[in-house]
Design a protein around this ligand. Structure first.
Ligand code: C5P
Length: 315
C-alpha cells in the first residue's frame, strides 16, 4: 500500500545573529532568533514498504548528497523499515540565500515520513537526527519564533510574534556558509564576545517586552564579511531602509536581505522599487500556524493531539 502527502517546507529568517567564538568541535557558538516565514517549498512524498530501500528525488537540480535523501535514509534506519520513497521537490526557496531551504526540506522528511509509515519516533531521537543533518534542521521541527543557542540546534521557543509583512530580496549571489564562517572567525575577539553577549541579551529582553510590536533584532555579524565580498548586498539593505523597512537585515550567512514594513503603503511602494529584482513578499509564520499547516497536510495519517512529536518537558 502506498501512502502519499503533499507538504509545505517553510523558509526561515534570522532576526539577529551573533557569532561568539569557534568551539573545539570546529563549529561556532551562536546566539540567534529563528523565525519561520510564509515562503515555502512544496514537497510531495510517496512511500511504499518494500524488501529493500530506494529513494528517488525529482524536480531539483542534481545536488550531490542531497539532504532529503540522507534524511529519508536516517528515518528508515531508525524505524528499521525498508521502503521505496519518491520525493518531488518544487523548490521556491532560493538556495545559498540564508533561508534554510535545504534544512527545511530535510526537516519536512523527518516530520512526514514516520507519519506516512504510521510509526512514531521519540522527539529526542528526531532532534538528534536533525542536528546530525545540519545546524538549522532542528529548528524546522518546531517553526515559529525560537531562540537558537549552541550551533543553532539548542532551541527555546519564544512567544509567537504578529504576522508582520515584509519583502525578501534574493539577488543571484550564492553565499557559502563555510566561507562566511572562515572570514568571520579571523576577526573574533574576547572583548567582542562580552559585548555581543550583553547586547544580544538586551535585545531579546527588549523584544519580549515589546511583544505585539515589531521585533527589532537586526544585528547580523555576517553582514560585515559578506558585504565585503558582495558590496551589492549592502546597497540592497540601504535601499530597503530608505524605503521605510525596520528592521532590514541579511539572514543567516546570506545572501538574501529582508525588510519588515510597518504598513501596507510603504510595503507596496518598496515592491515597485524592487520590481526588477528577485523579490518575495513574506509574512512571519507563527508556531501555531506552522503546526496547523503540518496537521492539515498529514491529517489522514496523524492524531492531531499526538502530533508533532513532543518531548514530555516541551510546551
Ligand atoms: O551544520 P551545517 O552543515 O549547516 O554547517 C555548515 C558549515 O558551516 C559547517 O561545516 C561549519 O563550517 C559552519 N558552521 C559553523 N558554526 C555553526 C554552524 C555552521 O562553523 N554554528
Amino acid at each position: 500500500m502506498t501512502a502519499e502527502a503533499s507538504v509545505r517546507a517553510f523558509a526561515k529568517l534570522n532576526l539577529g545573529l551573533r557569532v561568539l567564538y569557534k568551539r573545539p568541535d570546529g563549529y561556532h557558538e551562536l546566539r540567534t532568533v529563528f523565525q519561520t516565514i510564509s515562503l515555502a517549498d512544496r514537497i510531495t512524498l510517496s512511500v511504499t514498504r518494500a524488501r529493500s530501500t530506494k529513494v528517488a528525488v525529482h524536480g531539483t537540480p542534481d545536488i550531490p548528497d542531497n539532504l532529503v535523501v540522507r534524511a529519508s535514509n536516517r528515518i528508515l534506519e531508525a524505524l528499521k523499515i525498508a521502503a521505496h520513497i519518491t520525493i518531488s521537490l518544487d523548490k521556491r526557496i532560493p538556495m545559498g540565500a540564508g533561508l534554510g531551504g535545504g534544512s527545511t526540506d530535510a526537516a519536512a522528511i523527518l516530520l512526514a515520513l514516520p507519519a506516512l509509515l504510521r510509526k512514531r519516533l521519540p522527539a529526542e531521537q528526531l532532534a538528534s537526527i536533525a542536528a546530525q543533518l545540519g545546524s538549522d534542521v532542528p529548528f524546522f521541527l518546531h517553526g515559529g519564533t525560537a531562540l537558537g543557542l549552541g550551533r543553532g540546534e539548542e532551541l527555546y521557543p519564544l512567544p509567537d510574534l504578529p504576522a508582520v509583512r515584509g519583502l525578501l530580496v534574493a539577488p543571484n549571489v550564492h553565499s557559502s556558509t563555510a566561507d562566511a564562517y572562515r572570514d568571520l572567525s579571523a576577526q573574533l575577539t574576547s572583548i567582542q564576545l562580552q559585548n555581543k553577549l550583553v547586547s544580544f541579551q538586551r535585545e531579546i529582553w527588549q523584544s519580549a517586552a515589546d511583544a505585539g510590536g515589531v521585533i527589532r533584532m537586526d544585528e547580523n555579524d555576517f553582514e560585515a564579511v559578506v558585504f565585503e565580498r558582495h558590496p551589492e548586498l549592502r546597497q540592497i539593505k540601504r535601499r530597503l531602509v530608505r524605503a521605510g523597512a525596520n528592521p532590514a537585515a541579511m539572514t543567516g550567512s546570506g545572501s538574501s536581505i529582508f525588510g519588515i514594513f510597518p504598513d501596507r503603503g510603504r510595503l507596496d511602494a518598496a515592491k515597485q522599487l524592487f520590481a526588477n529584482e528577485r523579490v518575495f513578499p513574506i509574512s512571519f509564520l507563527s508556531r501555531a500556524r506552522y503546526r496547523s499547516a503540518w496537521q492539515r497536510a498529514l491529517a489522514p495519517y496523524i492524531q492531531p493531539d499526538l502530533w508533532p512529536p513532543q518531548s514530555p518537558s516541551a510546551r
